[in-house]
Design a protein around this ligand. Sequence first.
Ligand code: BTN
Length: 259
Amino acid sequence: MNLDLLTAKLKKEKLLSEIIYFKEIESTNFYAKKNYLKDDTLILTSIQTRGKGRFSRIWQSSADKDLTLTLIKHFNLRIDESHLVNFYTSYILFYTLKKIFSENDKMQFSLKWPNDIMLNGKKVAGILSEVSNLKSSFKKFIIGIGINVNSISFSEEINSRATSLFKESKIEINAEELLISFIKNFYLKINLITDKNKLMKEWVKDSIVDGKEIQFKKFDDDLEIKAYAVGVDNDGALILRLKNGEEKKFYSGEIGLIV
Ligand code: BTN
């Protein structure tokens, strides 16, 4: 990680209040939760020893090859609007990647409900955002982002479902430049978060599952079903048509693509 270049460029943009870098840390999200950090702080590490994924899974990444970071951002959102931060972040990351690779038609990016960024049908980045002060109207969001940038291999468990920018493009990607573009876009389009209808309209345009038969897992009540994905509504809910023809909305869970 070329920290000097990154810090110099990001400081020039005057978007962040602080950049905290660790050569190695347990988890940037965990650090953000345990410490008092100002708004617009970026926490960055070359490797996490216990990166957290959704549903308490481990987030794998390769030292000095991938991006693992957390951004602290306060938003004036109600509890029932908190999911917008995830949708906004995944949309911005998707948009940034699509723009960078706009001239490479082998790099097909899409979004998978709720917050995965997919590349050629495999997961290339994930988001785990947590809220630290639910009761306050101005909520502190701990937005954790993992991007598979230059990883060349994945564990057997996720190998068929995960990929990296390098694996698909065969080009070594400059992670610092990618991060700078993402941060710039994140602040540039930030008003989108207050326009739920517009944000969700943009998001669903590139959703990979709409109109497809999918596998759906809901962990809190051990539900695992095959269903037809009708779409994602403006509240971020996934609408599924079940085998009995009934349409149902889900606010959390995981989609498996049937190939
Ligand atoms: C997912 O399961 O899709 C979410 C993955 C989020 C991983 C990132 S990496 C940086 C930040 N710190 C963590 O421990 N997790 C998030």
